[in-house]
Design a protein around this ligand. Structure first.
Ligand code: ZN
Length: 199
């Protein structure tokens, strides 16, 4: 029969699978929660159960949604005629933290990869093309990671959208705000020089 010790070990093992937590931190977190059962553990358990039962992928953009569609797709003020394409929800959240983009998103959920059998269909690219047409989109902003796979995917999407006659742009790459040239890698300096603008 499983005793309380096994149950707690099981909880630690589940926690240890979270990103950024290994077994040591998981043990510490569980002990912390066990000492605050009423104040922290019960509300955390309730919040996890609620979100686990309600969260889904937004059928329009791929963001996490708590209702039929996500907050951004449900907000008429976000119908600006712009769609920002990101690799995953973490990138969408990062864009939202910047408060600079007022339009809507398309979350790819990955990048093109022949090795992992990820093709345009898996990334929802046909759905993106349909949205551009149906929602009267004027500009698609590609905010993909500056990796080889990210840039390959960006080029593929730009080509796929060519027929739709929509403006396709990508985020500038270059010197970060507060960054010092001396600390930048060669690739960043090259990209910054290529993306230079008149003052
Ligand atoms: Zn959405």
């Amino acid at each position: 029969m499983a005793g309380p010790r096994d149950e707690i070990e099981g909880l630690i093992a589940l926690m240890a699978r979270l990103p950024g937590l290994g077994p040591r931190s998981a043990r510490r977190a569980v002990l912390h929660l066990l000492r605050r059962r009423e104040g922290q553990m019960a509300p955390l358990a309730a919040a996890l159960a609620h979100v686990a039962a309600s969260a889904r992928d937004c059928p329009i953009c791929g963001n996490i949604a708590m209702g039929e569609s996500c907050e951004i797709c449900s907000d008429p003020a976000r119908a600006t005629g712009e769609i920002c394409v990101v690799e995953d929800v973490a990138d969408l959240w990062a864009m939202e933290r910047g408060h600079a983009f007022k339009g809507r998103y398309h979350v790819l959920g990955g990048v093109l990869s022949a090795l992992d059998a990820v093709g345009p269909e898996e990334l929802g690219i046909p759905r993106l093309i349909a949205r551009v047409r149906d929602e009267g989109i004027a500009e698609v902003i590609l905010a993909l990671n500056a990796t080889v796979e990210g840039q390959t995917t960006a080029h593929y999407i730009a080509e796929a959208l060519e027929e739709a006659g929509v403006k396709v742009t990508s985020l500038a790459q270059g010197v970060p705000i507060g960054g010092e040239l001396d600390y930048l890698d060669d690739g960043t300096i090259q990209a910054a020089l290529r993306a230079r603008r008149a003052l």
